[in-house]
Design a protein around this ligand. Structure first.
Ligand SMILES: NC(=O)c1ccc[n+]([C@@H]2O[C@H](COP(=O)([O-])OP(=O)(O)OC[C@H]3O[C@@H](n4cnc5c(N)ncnc54)[C@H](OP(=O)(O)O)[C@@H]3O)[C@@H](O)[C@H]2O)c1
Length: 226
């Protein structure tokens, strides 16, 4: 396969960092982003292009969009995300919920808008966004996690609209659940190794075409219910 250019957000640690490692190992070009590039030692050591980006900050996103002017990008990988507890029913922290929406729901949408001119110049036209099974209404039998769950459910709808709006231009837009993976977010008891999660997701993305547009996949390729 010809090398592609990928944008990976939240690339300084966890799943994002592993995506960059595996993409670099197979010869792809990567534009990796981090909120604080100077502190992103492991990422910078890989020698890929690193840019500053906070997906919750419109000024930062606009600055990143300006950097991309005239460039062509094949894949936008919306990986950055946050999970904080907004409290239990009766003591919900609404400011925290708003902040979580800003990162998990509005952030990826801002990034689609920011990267669209570059993606239109690219050949692959793929937008992949990391969601979570915790955003699945069908799968929610344990309740709670108001901020994280709702921000990811809304994210799934963002992806669905983007997938419809861009289908005519040949884009494929999917949301992916990485499995419960060992990262700062997943915790050390997570059953899935980050490398296996990312290898699985890359396989799904390599096979993604128009027939996959607007759909929700597990890291192993299984389709997940909304
Ligand atoms: N691990 C799991 O089991 C699991 C399960 C389901 C879904 N997911 C999803 O997978 C994605 C990656 O998760 P992870 O496990 O790798 O989490 P992680 O280890 O906590 O890493 C999160 C990444 O997102 C970045 N980030 C947070 N807020 C940001 C912002 N406002 N702007 C830009 N970057 C920001 C973080 O940067 P900083 O270092 O600057 O904070 C970090 O690079 C997330 O979307 C998450 O919701 C993970």
């Amino acid at each position: 396969m010809e090398p592609k250019t990928w944008i990976v957000t939240g690339a300084n640690r966890g799943i994002g960092l592993e995506f960059v490692r595996q993409l670099q190992a197979r010869g792809e070009d990567v534009i990796a982003t981090a909120r604080d590039p100077e502190a992103a030692t492991e990422l910078c050591e890989l020698g890929v292009r690193v840019e500053q980006l906070d997906v919750a900050d419109p000024v930062s996103v606009a600055g990143f969009a300006a950097l991309l002017e005239g460039e062509s990008v094949d894949v936008l990988l919306n990986n950055a995300g946050a999970m904080e507890r907004a409290g239990d029913l009766g003591s919900i922290d609404y400011d925290l919920m708003r902040r979580q929406f800003d990162v998990n729901t509005l952030g990826p949408l801002r990034m689609v808008e920011a990267a669209l001119p570059a993606l239109r110049l690219g050949g692959r036209k793929l937008i992949a966004t990391l969601t979570s099974k915790m955003g699945s209404i069908t799968d929610n039998t344990s309740g709670g996690s108001y901020a994280y769950r709702t921000s990811k459910t809304a994210l799934n709808m963002v992806n669905r609209s983007v997938s419809v709006d861009l289908a005519g231009e040949g884009f494929t837009c999917v949301v992916l659940h990485p499995g419960w993976a060992q990262t700062a977010m997943g915790g050390e008891n997570a059953p899935l190794d980050v490398a296996a999660s990312v290898t699985g997701m890359l396989k799904v993305l390599d096979g993604a075409d128009a027939g996959h547009n607007g759909r929700f996949f597990n890291y192993d390729g299984e389709e997940l219910p909304w």
